[in-house]
Ligand binder design. Sequence first.
Ligand SMILES: [Ca+2]
Ligand SMILES: [Ca+2]
Ligand SMILES: [Ca+2]
Length: 123
Amino acid sequence: MVGPAGAIEDVLYGGDGLDMLYGGEGRDSFIFESGSAFNNIDQIFNFNEFERDSIDLSDLLIGYTLILPINDFVQLTETGGNTIISVDVDGLTGGINYVDVASIQNTVGLNIDNFLTNKNIIV
Ligand SMILES: [Ca+2]
Ligand SMILES: [Ca+2]
Ligand SMILES: [Ca+2]
């Protein structure tokens, strides 16, 4: 199904427990919320940056502004052909303490700066 330009066609919430979140055709939004994001490492399938799929971490981050380095808050780590998204909710404040939030399955070669520029992550 093709929606209007720029429309978010599917909204998928991480929520409690270990979830497997499947993107579809068109633009999907994967949303992680502070109350549940750190309980499990949810698995994201069919992520397509060129369809402007996005991962919304804005509820998790404390004190992030666009003038700060995104790398102090969000890291992407490749392992086993997947990309793990880790978040340090308060950046350098309180030391460096990343916690894994989600795994983008079967996807590598992602670039955090491009992600930010292209709004594939929402922070
Ligand atoms: Ca979950
Ligand atoms: Ca999609
Ligand atoms: Ca910190």
